[in-house]
Design a protein around this ligand. Structure first.
Ligand code: ADP
Length: 398
């Protein structure tokens, strides 16, 4: 009977899952899927590796399945799915590991309690990430669970990159730049040697451009700086997040518009970014097809901020060997990649629009000193690998 590992990525309105089978020590992707809109109009779908739907269910408008209901559905689905495999562990994506969790960890009740300390640091994500862990600890206490953190990969950042210019006591109290999307960057770092040995051993900027967007500067595969900070709202404009803005704007909104913390939270997390600027959509595909000038300005600002951060991260690295585009927009949108790469000759990058259109993996001109790549990320596989390794290191009988 083959071993299997399940990966869970629980967000505020959806729970994504991936099942991996362990064959000869390798992790082979099996069924994957998600339950979306878990508290409004829940919909479950599971697909096999070829993309064929193997199971589907809708609960109808207005059904409040919630995280516990969704996890219970998933647990029963996986129980049936795992007829001839043995589930040996579950790996979870957890957004915040603070300063202490520099690597994945086996979660028991004590660790879970400890991870709740970081809820105030990521109130929109951390509680949802932790709730399936709590549920499984209760329902399947013998099943090992591993938490993998979006922050861990950035713990190698030097002090100057982590520090806000605030009084020292606030830094000591944890108000510092943590960085996120670490599992995606770690995955890219793990496969980069196959594409570009020089960049893997040298200086690379990875652009994770999805609904959430950020960039990471890596020296020899280790993070030295990134665009996200104390929360996942800093840095680039995103689908619905504003990215970096003058903190004075927040004070102004409080004083002059009477907005409180929750109203500002809604504004900067869910009503801004591509959606807020365009007034049309947070979806890059929709904006790219639109002729509305507001969509154009949203795209212009998005590409402009990426290019400014590129300069900043290249300066932090003291040079550049390669760019890597990844995530939904980075992997699929040739027009955005073209906008980002155009005019970067000063940095040593010679774009090649034709190869870019073809999708890569190499999208820079053959003679370009700085290479540009498109490499699909795979956070689920990274979590599955971590889970496998963490479980293998556990003392027997744990
Ligand atoms: P998440 O951060 O939720 O994991 P993804 O990495 O899936 O997000 O990225 C979602 C984004 O990718 C959306 O803005 C979507 O429009 C964009 N995207 C997906 N496919 C394409 C495409 N073919 N062209 C342009 N944008 C795309």
């Amino acid at each position: 009977m083959a071993d299997a590992i399940v990966v869970i990525n629980a967000g505020s309105s959806s729970i994504k899952f991936s099942l991996f089978t362990v064959r000869g020590g390798d992790l082979v992707p099996d069924v994957r899927g998600q339950i979306e809109a878990i508290s409004t109009a829940p919909h479950f779908v599971a697909k096999d590796p070829s993309g064929r739907t193997v199971a589907e269910k809708s609960w109808g408008e207005g059904t409040k399945l919630g995280h516990d209901g969704a996890m219970e559905h998933l647990r029963l689905f996986l129980r049936d799915e795992l007829e001839d495999q043995r589930l040996v562990g579950v790996g979870h994506r957890v957004v915040h590991g603070g300063l202490d969790y520099t690597a994945p960890v086996h979660v028991d009740a004590r660790v879970l309690k400890d991870l709740e300390r970081f809820v105030p640091l990521a109130p929109l994500h951390q509680p949802h990430n932790l709730s399936p862990i709590a549920l499984l600890l209760e329902r399947m206490p013998d099943l090992p669970q591993v938490a993998c953190f979006d922050t861990s990969f950035h713990r190698t950042n030097p002090e100057v990159a982590q520090r806000f210019a605030l009084p020292a006591d606030l830094h000591e109290a944890g108000i510092r730049r943590y960085g996120f999307h670490g599992l995606s960057y770690e995955y890219i770092a793990s496969v980069l040697p196959r594409f570009d040995a020089k960049a893997a051993a040298g200086k690379t900027i990875v652009l994770h451009l999805g609904n959430g967007s950020s960039m990471c500067a890596m020296q020899s595969g280790r993070s030295v700086a990134s665009t996200m900070g104390f929360t996942a709202v800093e840095g680039l404009p995103m689908g619905t997040r504003c990215g970096s803005i003058d903190p004075g704007v927040i004070l102004y909104l409080m004083d002059e518009r009477g907005m409180d913390a929750r109203a500002i939270e809604r504004l900067i997390y869910t009503q801004s970014g591509l959606l807020g600027m365009s007034g049309i959509s947070s979806d890059m595909r929709v904006l790219l097809e639109s002729v509305d000038p507001r969509a154009q300005i949203a795209l212009d600002v998005y590409a402009y901020r990426i290019r400014r951060e590129l300069g900043s991260l290249a300066a932090a690295l003291g040079g550049l060997d390669a760019l890597v585009f990844t995530a939904g927009i980075g992997e699929n949108s040739a027009p955005i990649r073209e906008r980002v790469c155009a005019g970067l000759e000063w940095l040593g990058l010679e774009p090649d629009p034709a190869v870019n259109k073809a999708g890569g993996p190499l999208i820079s001109a053959p003679a370009s000193r700085v290479k540009a790549w498109v490499i699909p990320t795979n956070e689920e596989l990274m979590i599955a690998r971590h889970t496998q390794r963490t479980l293998a290191a556990l003392p027997r009988g744990t």
